[in-house]
Design a binder for this molecule. Structure first.
Ligand SMILES: NC(=O)c1ccc[n+]([C@@H]2O[C@H](COP(=O)([O-])OP(=O)(O)OC[C@H]3O[C@@H](n4cnc5c(N)ncnc54)[C@H](O)[C@@H]3O)[C@@H](O)[C@H]2O)c1
Length: 252
């Protein structure tokens, strides 16, 4: 068990990649806090983990609101103790071409990815510094490097997460806190939203034809990288971004 006795917070763990990470972390011995706005999905994640013999708790929290993040962090600490591992995974998309994007579409995406990740970073870092151990993983996207038509808000937010990853890695390394990012690609509700949007369907279908593996992945193929980054095995790695996307970055 690679995460035995660790306490992990995974935001956006009510479904998709976050749920899968939560399940795999619990199998590796971590006590897992499932953080999400989707209550039924979050409770289902916890039930799945507990049915498999793992430890998990659900805390409803809108990560774009600092006071909710602070309250959720305090609740996790009261249930499981200080937080060792943070996965900043929660995310949304609000696609629109840049000349038509509304202020609301812009700021909703920035608020969740960028501000929410920052609030959680600040909420966990003090205990990590005190205990001289921590693992922080930002879930970015290839969109940060390549851009994506109709997603200037998402590209900006995911780029910001890479800047935060590198800065936090430099500031926190001396405290034995490692900060890395993952740029995943997997079939989830989020990607279905974009795939099914007629405005972007053609572009998405063309991208799949160019994909080295000619297929998308299930979250199960993404989660092992998160175990590695949360464990002792990654002890000399910080400030990096790992693309777990079947090589799709190669053909953009
Ligand atoms: N699926 C992909 O191919 C892909 C590619 C690149 C990056 N990502 C990133 O991976 C992460 C997970 O994506 P996914 O595909 O599993 O998406 P998903 O839509 O299936 O899951 C996202 C989760 O985040 C939660 N969430 C949204 N806003 C929230 C908020 N304000 N507070 C708390 N929780 C909130 C949702 O309720 C949901 O449970 C996201 O950050 C996404 O941007 C995904």
């Amino acid at each position: 068990m690679r995460l035995k006795n660790r306490v992990a917070v995974i935001t956006g763990a009510s479904q998709g990649i976050g749920r899968c990470i939560a399940q795999r972390y619990a199998e590796e011995g971590a006590a897992v806090a499932v953080i999400d706005v989707n209550v039924s999905g979050g409770e289902e994640t916890v039930a799945l983990i507990q049915a498999a013999g793992g430890r998990a708790t659900f805390v409803r929290c809108d990560i774009s609101k600092r006071e909710e993040v602070n309250a959720a962090a305090a609740q996790v600490k009261s249930v499981f103790g200080p937080i060792d591992i943070l996965v900043n995974n929660a995310g949304i998309t609000r696609p629109a071409m840049l000349h038509k994007m509304t202020d609301a579409e812009w700021s909703q995406v920035i608020d969740v990815h960028m501000n929410g990740s920052f609030y959680w970073l600040q909420a966990v870092v003090h205990d990590m510094i005190e205990r001289k151990w921590g693992r922080i993983i930002f879930v970015s996207s290839s969109t940060a490097q390549n851009g994506s038509i109709g997603q200037i808000n998402y590209a900006a937010a995911k780029s910001a997460m890479l800047g935060m990853t590198r800065t936090a890695a430099r500031e926190l390394g001396k405290h034995n806190i490692l900060v890395n990012a993952v740029a995943p690609a997997a079939a989830t509700e989020m990607t279905k939203t974009i795939m099914n949007d007629p405005k972007f369907a053609e572009q998405q279908a063309a991208a799949l034809k160019q994909h080295p593996l000619r297929r998308s992945a299930e979250p199960d193929e993404i989660a092992p990288t998160f175990i590695y980054l949360a464990s002792e095995e990654s002890s000399y790695m910080t400030g990096q971004v790992l693309s777990v996307d079947g090589g799709s970055m190669l053909v953009r």
